[in-house]
Design a protein around this ligand. Structure first.
Ligand code: GTP
Length: 359
C-alpha cells in the first residue's frame, strides 16, 4: 500500500510531512569494475555448502514466550548470532511473530518469537498481540518460557497458567543471569520455579552476554523430534527483507526516542527496489548493486511527529543512518534509505487500519 499515490488514503494520512534523510548522492555508491566476473568464478568453484545431514537430525518449532521485557528478542537474536528481532528497553516492542532459524550439524530449531501475553487490554492492537502470543503456541515442539532472574511477577504466572493447559514440553530459561550479584541466590529461585510447574529443563542464561547459550542449544536439541530440516539450513529467517527493514527502522526510533513515543508507531515500507550493478549511462561510471528503500513512519499525533523528527531533523537523520548500517550488514548489500514521517490519528484503535498495515 503506497499512501503517496493513493487519494483515498489522504483521509487517514492527515498532517503529512515528509522528512528525507540520508540523501547521500547516488554516486557515493562505490564503483567497481571486474568484481562481477570474479564473483561468478568464485561462486562456480565454491563448495555447495550443503553438508550431508546426520541420520539422527532433529528439527522442530520452538516458541519463545514470556512477559514483556524479559529478553525474548535478545535471546533469539543471540542464539542466531544475527539481529532479526527488535529490542529496546521499552516493554512490548515485539509486535510480530518472527521466525528465526538456527541450524547446525545436528539440529534445526525454528524460533517463533512472540509478544508477551497481556490481559485487561482494551485497544485493538493489544488484542491482536494477545492472539498472536497464544496462537504461537499451537503446533510447536518446544516452549522456552523466559523469565527475568530478578523479577518474578503475576504476569509470569498468567503465562504459566496458559502453558499448564497444554501438553507442551516447556523449558524454563532464567534470563539476565548476569544481573544476579550473588550467584548462590539462583538455586532457591530454581526451586521456586520447579515447585510451580513441571519443567522439562531449567537453564539460567544471560542472552545479552551470551552466557550458557551453548548449553541451552543442547537442551533445545534434546527436546526436538527426529526430523529432516524444515527450512534450508543456510536460511536464517522466513521473513522478507521488507519486513526486517521496517522492524530495524522501528527499533532505531524506539531506542532513540525512548519513552517519548508510544510503542504503537508503525513503519511501512513504501518501496523496496533492488538495482543491479550497472554502468551509469550519463557518466559512464560503474555503480555497485544497491537497494533503494522508502519507508513511512506513522505516528498518532503531531507532537510525536516532532519528537521522531527531532530538532532540525537530527533524530530522524540519525535513525536513518543507524538503520541503513544495520540493513547493509544484515542484507549484505548497499542500501539507500529515505524516511518519511506522517500522522495517522487513532490508527492503533482502528481494526481496518491495522489490517491494511499488515497486522
Ligand atoms: N542485563 C541483561 N539485560 C538483558 C538480557 N537480555 C535482555 N536484556 C535487556 O532487556 C531489555 C528487553 O529485552 P528484549 O529482548 O527486547 O525483551 P522482550 O522480552 O523481547 O520484550 P518484548 O518485545 O516487550 O516482549 C533490553 O534492554 C535488553 O537489552 C540479559 O541477559 N542481561
Amino acid at each position: 500500500m503506497s499512501n503517496q499515490n493513493d487519494p483515498s488514503a489522504d483521509t487517514h494520512a492527515t498532517d503529512a510531512l515528509e522528512m528525507s534523510t540520508d540523501n547521500a548522492p547516488v554516486s557515493d555508491a562505490t564503483i567497481d569494475t571486474d568484481t562481477d566476473t570474479d564473483n561468478a568464478i568464485d561462486a562456480f568453484f565454491a563448495p555447495s555448502g550443503k553438508k550431508a545431514l546426520a541420520e539422527d537430525f532433529k528439527a522442530g518449532y520452538v516458541a519463545i514466550v514470556g512477559r514483556p521485557n524479559v529478553g525474548k528478542s535478545t535471546l533469539m537474536n543471540h542464539l542466531l548470532g544475527q539481529k532479526l528481532s527488535i529490542t529496546s528497553r521499552k516493554p512490548q516492542t515485539t509486535r510480530h511473530r518472527i521466525h528465526g532459524i538456527l541450524s547446525n550439524d545436528e539440529m534445526q530449531a525454528v524460533f517463533v518469537d512472540t509478544p508477551g501475553i497481556h490481559h485487561n487490554e482494551v485497544r485493538a492492537i493489544n488484542e491482536r498481540m494477545n492472539k498472536a502470543a497464544v496462537s504461537a503456541l499451537v503446533d510447536v515442539d518446544l516452549v522456552l518460557f523466559v523469565v527475568d532472574s530478578d523479577q518474578w511477577r503475576d504476569d509470569d504466572l498468567l503465562t504459566l497458567q496458559k502453558l499448564g493447559e497444554t501438553n507442551l514440553t516447556v523449558v524454563l530459561v532464567i534470563n539476565k543471569a548476569d544481573t544476579i550479584k550473588d550467584k548462590g541466590s539462583i538455586l532457591p529461585l530454581i526451586e521456586t520455579f520447579n515447585d510451580s510447574f513441571d519443567f522439562a529443563d531449567i537453564v539460567p542464561v544471560s542472552a545479552l552476554k551470551n552466557q550458557n547459550l551453548e548449553r541451552l542449544q543442547q537442551v533445545i536439541a534434546s527436546h526436538l523430534p527426529l526430523a529432516a530440516p524444515i527450512y534450508d539450513t543456510e536460511q536464517i529467517t522466513d521473513r522478507s527483507e521488507r519486513f526486517l527493514a521496517s522492524e530495524i527502522i522501528r527499533e532505531k526510533i524506539m531506542r532513540s526516542a525512548g519513552d517519548e513515543v508510544p510503542y504503537d508507531l508503525t513503519v511501512q515500507i513504501d518501496e523496496f527496489k533492488d538495482e543491479a550493478a550497472h554502468t551509469d549511462p550519463k557518466t559512464g561510471r560503474r555503480r555497485k548493486a544497491c537497494t533503494f528503500i522508502d519507508a513511512t513512519i506513522y505516528v498518532e499525533r503531531s507532537g510525536q511527529k516532532a519528537i521522531v523528527i527531532g530538532e532540525k531533523g537530527q533524530r530522524i537523520k540519525q535513525v536513518g543512518m543507524d538503520a541503513r548500517k544495520d540493513m547493509e550488514q544484515l542484507f549484505d548489500k548497499k542500501v539507500m534509505l529515505t524516511l518519511w514521517v506522517k500522522v495517522k490519528r487513532g490508527w492503533s484503535d482502528d481494526e481496518r487500519a491495522l489490517t491494511s498495515l499488515g497486522y
